[in-house]
Design a protein around this ligand. Sequence first.
Ligand SMILES: Cc1ncc(COP(=O)(O)O)c(C=O)c1O
Length: 425
Amino acid sequence: MKRRNFLLGLGALTAAGAWWAKPGDRGAPHDAYFRALNAELKRNGPMQPCMVIDLDRLDRNIDRVAGTLRNAGKHYRIVEKSLPSRKLIEYIAQRAGTQRLMSFHQPFTNHDAEYFPGFDILMGKPLPARAAQQFYRQLRGAFDPQRQLQWLIDTPQRLQDYLQLAQGLDTRLQVNIEIDVGLHRGGVADDAVLATMLDTIAAQPKQLAFAGFMGYDAHVGMGVPSILGNARELLDKAMAIYRARVEFARGHRSGLWREGLTLNAGGSPSYRLHADERISSEISVGTALLKPTHYDIATLAEHEPAAFIASPVLKKTGPIRLPGLDDKSRLFSWWDPNQRQTFFIYGGWWRADYASPTGLQFNDLFGHSANQEIVNASPAVGLDVGDQVFLRPQISESVLLEFGDLLVVRGGRIVDRWPVFAQTG
Ligand SMILES: Cc1ncc(COP(=O)(O)O)c(C=O)c1O
């Protein structure tokens, strides 16, 4: 008897536990912001997947970055790969009052040189010397690389490659040395290697000029949200390394040192923390202006998402029905109210997270489609065929290039279309 009671109790507990684990209804319709955007896209949008850039939000993000850096006495350098559209970069440059760009991809660098002939470009990664040679072959217009372009050099070997390139081109290359400030993604990690490289530059004044340092610190600020204190500590450590490289060059190779060298640092996650250090002269920021989901981090808490993928609902088919299970799939929609409605949208499988309406979810059992992605939700989302679903890209670089022209919105209205960069030259 006692045993029977025990088993009954256990059964009841298990059932209660299971019921407790039953998913609640997470669905809610578009809020006022997305309702207005949905209405505008239904009226004037392309009715295909597109990347929407909200200029009102972008403006505020630009002002946050530019204001912080201006108050800190630092220059702002725009990270071109994270904002890969000429009009977008032009807009940001104008509002932020900067003509500094960081470029990462040779065809984009040529594009920048042609369309921004007055800008200063610093490479953000060390390109193979043959890719650099390609840049010179394709160079058009008034841009003067001897004055306006800094190549990023990470090792003595690459410096030799670029020396040969300079000799072949009979030109002088500006060399910015990549230093490892704790990210451990390459770059110079000690003074002995730095000395070798600075000596090579000093010995070849017709071919090479020292332009400064670049120390990227993506590891600062990208951690768990609550570790802002930890981010500060990591930044202090990074800047102690940066300072050591600067002091070595200034103290031991003073012939190469001059005021106005480019001492580049930063990145979106750490830019705010750089306001408190006095070593770098400029900070590179790109992604923070659009705030995709991987940048939902403590240091960017004030920033607003400003880029959304919008895609129209093509089909609305009711409770989830899995192929093969057919009517037996009812179990899933009975159990989970968020599977009581099924939509198929135009395109899909992007590096992106659902943003609106609330409670949209992917169905693992059904699987992905880049053609017509399945989206499950509760009926409470209030979506119909022809409505838009909105996603936030996870990162901005590369995802921004997947949708053709950017759809530029202000005050909830489409005001322009901005072409994105072509991947190849
Ligand atoms: C050298 C360098 N600086 C800065 C950045 C920061 O770019 P973002 O602000 O878009 O994260 C990056 C990003 O990869 C980088 O490689």
